[in-house]
Ligand binder design. Structure first.
Ligand SMILES: Cc1cc2nc3c(=O)[nH]c(=O)nc-3n(C[C@H](O)[C@H](O)[C@H](O)COP(=O)(O)OP(=O)(O)OC[C@H]3O[C@@H](n4cnc5c(N)ncnc54)[C@H](O)[C@@H]3O)c2cc1C
Length: 569
């Protein structure tokens, strides 16, 4: 986490800590207008998910004279963000089929975007002292174990008594564990935790956490890509415990290391503080959403872009991309009858990276971007359930995650977790009752070719609720949605594959094809908006035309020094 929420009211002073970030800043000083005001570039954006829409939003600000066109393959923009209202009696409930909550502490740009779009009044924030923030559970046979809240200094006895926490004592000896070999470039999260701490921590707590974010396998996800700061600390200080004195001393002098990716958003934030409505709502929030669901963000973005002259073509899947070597312009085709579209000076792809690899081929049908062709994504089923009873005897809280260590005979539905929506996003629905979401599948379904249908999904979800929570009531409304290949997985080697992808983009498209979105630098909505902002931040500089969007994967890991000081200090 780059910033603790209680720093929201504090001033941030930033200094990039590594050479790459410094170079970035000095380049910014050397602003050279590449495109004249009257004759801006023709820019095509592939994909109208949150990354594509926010890329267009920031691009419109950075290059007002550019001609921006979004090509969206499906009949609606928003990508995985989709909220529907289910009529119940005289009111309705909001079902989210993709993302549902955002964190205010790590996505500093998103609140600004929400404010710019006039959505501040629609924000529903969950306070940090609300049960949905303090009560997060992991299922460990055969009950829900509440995660201790460090800020409350609680949980010591629980940690010793609950088998879920077995292995945590290894932190006491982590300092004595030898550092990784210098030639080890990456490893799985499970391998790192087992090597430095205890395998049981990887199988239990950490796998549950990764189920909640990536729906992914702790044995395959990349430590370097998912926890870069911990990877860096081991390399720099020899152990995680060994980094504590330095981290502590930094904190005392008001500084912490943060992701260089967030660097730009913090600069933006220094320039323009949040307005009082949103600042008030988010300063004490752990998560937030919008009254009518996150689709509200997509709709507002779409309207804003259309009003600012951005063209959006829905039902327009791009099926081929190539560069005309004479003009260095990019040609693209849409699927129907191979119809050719106007050429673009720059193309920004926000589609799943493996799909991009499939549409960028040479004359013999071989992909020009083989590094992206290897990206794997998991499929999940999202099962929304609404019960008219408000009190079903369930615990209050955000919900619970199910670790990978739970044997399949105790989790035959292959569930990843359950969200208690009526508590987590309280205030969204106009009828009272209990709203839950069960997430099934993820890496458990890797290699499957057939998936449960909607009816099976609902009965699997109900079986889980019955077994884990003793909940046998009949839901008033349900919906099960299969989301195929929806969460890209940053598997071991992701970092070096992205570095190679950067070279491939340079070689075959000379930087005219750029990438952003969930396939590369983070799967959360905040990450996607961040990647859009980072991609276009220097769009008015000459160097931008060669940028691929994957520069951060070249060279060493980079972090920014984030200074926090109370105003006036
Ligand atoms: C079930 C689920 C729950 C999640 N929960 C959360 C959460 O609570 N919080 C959070 O922060 N994040 C969450 N996420 C992650 C987050 O929603 C996604 O990572 C993010 O929405 C991805 O946005 P994107 O624009 O990068 O990609 P996408 O949403 O995939 O958008 C890409 C778009 O490109 C289009 N497209 C594809 N191919 C072509 C083509 N050839 N031509 C033209 N268009 C094309 C697609 O139709 C799509 O609209 C969740 C994701 C899922 C699936």
């Amino acid at each position: 986490m780059l910033l603790c929420a209680n720093h929201v009211t504090r001033q941030l002073i930033l200094r990039p800590s590594y050479s790459g970030a410094r170079a970035w800043v000095s380049r910014r000083r050397d602003v050279r207008r590449h495109y004249s005001e009257s004759n801006g570039p023709n820019i095509a954006i592939l994909g109208g998910g949150i990354t594509g829409l926010s890329t267009a939003f920031y691009l419109r600000e950075a290059l007002p004279s550019s001609k921006i066109t979004i090509y969206e393959g499906s009949d609606r923009v928003g990508g995985w963000i989709r909220s529907t209202a289910k009529g119940i009696g005289s009111g309705d409930v909001i079902f989210e089929h993709g993302p549902r909550t955002l964190r205010p502490t790590i996505g500093l740009l998103t609140p600004h975007l929400i404010e710019d779009l006039g959505l501040a009044q629609d924000v529903i924030a969950t306070r940090r002292d609300a049960p949905a923030s303090t009560n997060r559970y992991i299922y460990y046979p055969d009950h829900l174990v509440r995660m201790p809240m460090p800020q409350a200094g609680e949980g010591i006895s629980q940690v010793w008594n609950e088998p879920l926490f077995e292995g945590i004592g290894s932190a006491l000896t982590e300092w004595f564990v030898s550092t990784r070999p210098s030639n080890l470039q990456d490893e799985s999260v499970a391998s790192f935790i087992s090597r430095r701490l205890d395998r049981r921590m990887a199988d239990n707590m950490v796998s549950a956490l990764l189920h909640g974010i990536y729906a992914g396998d702790v044995n395959q996800l990349s430590m370097k890509s998912i926890f870069p700061l911990l990877w860096y600390y081991e390399g720099r200080y020899g152990s995680l415990v060994g980094s504590i004195p330095s981290v502590w001393s930094n904190l005392r002098s008001g500084m912490m290391l943060g992701s260089a990716r967030e660097y730009q958003s913090i600069l933006d934030r220094q320039r323009k503080p949040l307005g009082s409505t949103l600042k008030e709502k988010l300063s004490r929030a752990s998560v937030y959403t919008l009254k009518r669901g996150l689709t509200g963000l997509v709709s507002a973005l779409r309207e804003r872009l259309l009003s600012r002259g951005v063209t959006i073509h829905e039902n327009t899947p791009i099926s081929a991309l190539s560069m005309d070597s004479a003009t260095e312009k990019i040609e693209y085709q849409i699927t129907s009858a191979g119809k050719s579209l106007p050429q673009a000076d720059q193309v920004i792809s926000t589609v799943f990276s493996r799909h991009l690899a499939n549409i960028c081929k040479d004359g013999s049908g071989t992909t020009l971007l083989p590094s992206f062709g290897e990206t794997h994504a998991v499929s999940v089923m999202v099962v929304n359930l609404f019960f008219q009873e408000s009190d079903l005897g369930m615990p209050e809280g955000f919900g619970y995650l199910i670790p990978q260590s739970i044997p399949i005979d105790q989790n035959p539905e292959r569930a990843l977790g359950v969200i208690f929506d009526s508590c987590a996003t309280s205030g969204q629905d106009s009828v009272s009752g209990t709203k839950l979401t069960v997430i099934l599948g993820g890496h458990w379904w890797d290699g499957w070719t057939e998936f449960p249908d909607e009816e099976e999904g609902v009965s699997m979800a109900r079986a889980i609720l019955s077994r884990h929570l003793g909940l046998n009531a009949t839901p008033t409304a349900t919906q099960a949605t299969l989301q195929r290949e929806c969460i890209p997985q940053y598997l071991v080697g992701h970092w070096s594959r992205m570095e190679k992808g950067h070279q491939e983009l340079k070689q075959h498209f000379k930087g005219k094809l750029k990438v952003a979105g969930s396939s590369y630098t983070g799967v959360g909505v905040n990450d996607c908006i961040q990647s859009a902002r980072n991609l276009v931040v220097d769009a008015d500089e000459l160097a931008w035309k060669d940028k691929t969007g994957l520069e951060e994967f070249t060279g060493d890991l980079r972090f920014a020094e984030v200074y926090f000081r109370t105003r006036g200090e």
